[in-house]
Design a protein around this ligand. Structure first.
Ligand code: NAP
Length: 530
């Protein structure tokens, strides 16, 4: 299939001319055809007008129709076969095995959302029936459930071209909820975006849903993103990416005349605590698991273990020696693009420039700078140096981590108190360690979205109980997750009907529970009729 390099507005491929951008293969430097047309603010406007027009029909579609749409998106992505994998590999340098796994995750989450929509319980219907005879005042009939917000703008990240991009979790959950979606394609993998955008267009047509429910606009630079966020018809924004980009767009979203919700999933350093019992039992194994997590996907995960803390002593030294040996043997690997590898190298310079920080281990094979390669690096320092240098708490996106040796349990707690919001924190320990460090866990509960025992944050399970978010700056709204089925609640709001005749109520809150969904009726959960 040849790529057209144009934006897609409500099912139509545009034919604009003007400024273009192109993408090159990060591993070889080869420029990849075609070049992509930069969308103008006029195109953003057209996409939002079409989305707004489509909204009423789209949200009125049956749950079965929208679930079928999500299934059709999964089928369509699989139907692209190797062509999709090859294009994504050329654009991102992510290994084929990783991309194959990520495609399975993307299709799996589409089917998971389809199941959620079919089940119907997600609308969280609450029904309080009238009590006309209640004293001293009669109780009215009050019922609420979740309704979609309207057109949503989605920004995907460079490091998940399938699972957090055009048909990623943001788009799937918004479409599932009944919100039209306008995706700002990531300029790091525009061809991949186009292929998947075509799948969504075809899936909407196949399921007889309005074409205006999806548009894809290409653009490199800030203008098009800002135009989408500032557009008066945009009702919410989902963003995954850097703190800097996310913050700029968040500020725009909340400074509008009518501020809108902005769900930014941003960076994180994901602190890891190696507690004494675990180090005593399995220091070498911990080092292996740590280096594996650190270098997985060239460290290009928002859940990468960027900071490690442990109590100094001989077991900690065993962990450090093994980590050092393992990191030295890691071959340099190509990053997503030249910009990310340049930022990574700046990050390494920033850490190594701090007095009191030493290199624990670094890939011994030199990187090929023309291939945007990263060398894995682990640094070591002490608690006083860590505490005195704010810069050591900042994310270095890539395979780099800093290990801090602490001397007391209280020092670990004090360091944890100083963290900003994080997506994850990991505790490696024994049950006895957990009991001894109960205060540390309580501190972490206030700082992070997910606390992990005896594992690392990389490799997120997509499931109903997952929470992928955290206090700012991990995300811009700590209540919400961007991964797992609860992600849908970013794109809905409750609406309450009072005193309506049953037959005039929306189906999810009528007395007859047609879908057998779980509902809170007069204070008790039931999947029966009200
Ligand atoms: P990025 O550079 O922030 O880009 C994300 C998207 O936002 C791109 O489409 C980008 O377009 C746009 N953008 C960025 N700044 C903008 C601005 N000021 N105005 C308008 N648009 C803007 O992030 P990335 O390099 O793709 O991803 C790496 C980062 O994402 C890391 O920090 C990582 O930790 C984070 N991440 C977080 C999660 C999570 O779930 N929390 C998951 C994956 C990655 P342009 O390039 O055209 O500006």
């Amino acid at each position: 299939m040849s790529l057209h390099g144009q934006s897609i507005i409500a099912g139509n491929v545009t034919s604009i001319s003007g400024p273009t951008f192109s993408v090159s293969n990060p591993a070889t430097g080869e420029q990849l055809a075609p070049s992509f047309q930069e969308a103008s603010a006029a195109l953003a406007d057209a996409a939002l007008i079409a989305a707004d027009k489509a909204f009423d029909d789209f949200r009125a579609a049956s749950a079965e129709q929208r679930a079928t749409l999500l299934d059709a998106i999964a089928e369509g992505i699989e139907g692209l076969g190797d062509e999709l994998l090859h294009r994504a590999h050329a654009e991102t340098a992510l290994p084929m095995a990783r991309l194959t796994g990520e495609r399975a995750r993307a299709c799996g989450q589409a089917r998971l959302f389809a199941k959620l929509i079919r089940d119907g319980s997600w609308v969280e219907a609450r029904i309080d029936r009238a009590q006309p005879d209640r004293q001293p005042l009669p109780k009215p009939d009050v019922r609420r459930f979740m309704v979609p917000l309207g057109p949503v703008v989605v920004f995907g990240a460079s490091n998940f071209p399938f699972a957090i991009s055009v048909a990623g979790t943001d788009t799937l959950s918004a479409l599932g909820a009944g919100c039209p979606v306008i995706v700002k394609g990531h300029p790091g993998h525009p061809g991949t975006c186009e292929l998947i955008g075509g799948v969504i267009v075809a899936a909407l047509a196949k399921t007889n849903l309005p074409a205006g429910a999806f548009s894809l606009v290409h653009g490199k630079g800030n203008e098009i993103g800002l135009a989408l966020v500032n557009h008066p018809l945009t009702q919410a924004v989902a963003f995954t990416g850097s703190l800097r980009g996310g913050r700029a767009l968040f500020d725009a979203a909340v400074s509008r005349k009518n501020p809108i919700p902005f769900y930014g999933e941003l960076g994180s350093v994901n602190p890891v605590f190696m507690l004494p019992g675990a180090l005593k039992e399995r220091a070498s194994q911990l080092a292996e698991n740590f280096v594996g997590s650190l270098t997985m996907g060239v460290g290009q995960f928002c859940t990468n273990p960027g900071l490690v803390f442990g109590l100094q002593g001989s077991d900690m030294e065993t962990f450090l020696d093994k980590t050092s040996a393992l990191v030295k043997a890691v071959p340099p690997t190509t990053m997503l693009h030249g910009g990310i590898s340049a930022s990574f190298n700046n990050g390494l310079d920033r850490i190594s420039g701090v007095s009191g920080v030493d290199v624990l281990g670094k890939s011994e094979t030199p990187a090929k700078s023309e291939a945007a390669q990263a060398v894995a690096a682990v640094y070591v320092t002490d608690a006083a140096t860590f505490e005195a240098n704010e810069t050591l708490r900042e994310e270095v996106f890539g395979p780099a981590s800093l290990v801090t040796k602490c001397s007391t349990k209280e020092q670990l707690e004090q360091i944890a108190e100083g963290f900003e919001g994080q997506l994850t924190a990991s505790i490696h320990g024994t049950v006895e360690d957990l009991k001894q460090h109960a205060r540390l866990i309580r501190i972490l509960e206030r700082k992070v979205g997910r606390i992990i025992f005896n594992a690392f944050g990389t490799g997120i399970e997509v499931c109903p109980s997952m929470h992928h978010g955290g206090p700012y700056p991990a995300s811009t709204h700590s209540f919400f997750t961007s991964i797992g089925t609860a992600a849908i609640y970013r794109f809905v709001r409750p609406v309450c009907y009072q005193g309506f005749p049953d037959e005039c109520l929306p189906e999810p809150i009528q007395n007859k529970n047609a879908r057998g969904a779980w509902r809170l009726v007069d204070g008790a959960m039931t999947n029966g009729d009200a």
